[in-house]
Design a protein. Structure first.
Length: 68
């Protein structure tokens, strides 16, 4: 079930539970800047690629970095 988390929880999940970071912006924007260790699965391809690329036993953190 999706839920919003803050920076501290993100860091805890990555550190303690080996969470997977998924950036959902297009590849060009991912290439410009993304969190260390994040993989890119563009939002329009997430349904098709998530099952193949993500470990179902680990937490998944999906984010979209977009400048205001």
């Amino acid at each position: 079930m999706p839920k919003a988390i803050d920076r501290e929880e993100l860091q805890r999940l990555v550190r303690e539970e080996d969470a997977q970071l998924v950036e959902v912006l297009p590849p060009e924007e991912y290439d410009e800047e993304h969190l260390p260790g994040a993989i890119n699965i563009p939002l329009r391809r997430i349904d098709a690629e998530a099952r193949e690329r993500l470990d179902r036993q680990r937490p998944v953190i999906v984010y979209c970095w977009d400048d205001p």
